[in-house]
Write a protein that binds this ligand. Sequence first.
Ligand code: SAM
Length: 275
Amino acid sequence: MEFWFTEDQSANLRIGCRILETIHSEVTPFQKLAVINTAQFGRMLVLDNVIMTTIKDEFVYHEMITHVALNTHAKPKKVLIIGGGDGGAVREVVKHAGVENVVLVEIDGRVIEVSKKYLPEISCALEYPKVRVIIDDGIKHVQDHKNTYDVIIIDSTDPIGPAVGLFSAEFYQAVFESLTEDGLFVAQTESPFYNNSLISRIQSDVSGIYPITRLYLANIPTYPGGLWSFTVGSKKYDPLKADTSKFPDLQTRYYSPSVHEACFVLPPFVKELVR
Ligand code: SAM
């Protein structure tokens, strides 16, 4: 008998992954959570039937949501990650020697515990000394911490449930106030194929608050449509003006100084979304 996990990537499209083993499943106070081992992408974390991260392709997402922002800021010392309970963004952030404090604010503590147990390759840095984990709503955290962070990384689920507010103009304004005077933020902002009106709205909201707004792309095979977007809002530093020749060697597999430059080159159908 064959077992398949299917995710509805849109109302008319599904992705199916052949399951070798269901390792863990539970219902937390916030969402359905499962870890499954699949033939194509290895172990994967699934929340509310949506693929969050897989052993085979997580490096793309985690490198691109962290290094673009951290190499753009001249001297990032204090970094906040909202969401990101699998620990992958933390693993990449601690590669930056100049970063002194990493605060992870995840609303669902069960995501962290399960990732520590079943996804050690991804969650491996969650107990590093410079990392502080807080179980709380990221929206409340930024409201309570003004003028605190050099870089804020919003590694959230899709805009459903507790994450809806993380895609709002009010939240981007609160993030602006939580950043230091030369701070910047980056957020995962969904698919240019299936969420183009959301991306347009976010670009217009962020450019109404931040002097510098940019969109960049990466290819993540298990995410809807494969092509994924990230939005940067910055008070001072422009990722397009970063001196890539000065970037540290971070032992990465997707991100590089030339990928940093290339990921902002947008095809015309995506460029339309940032006008
Ligand atoms: N890379 C994944 C993606 O793009 O779909 C996201 C991975 S990470 C596991 C997403 C995390 O965001 C989840 O663990 C979820 O519990 C958390 N989250 C959702 N809303 C949140 C909020 N308001 N504050 C803090 N964490 C939140």
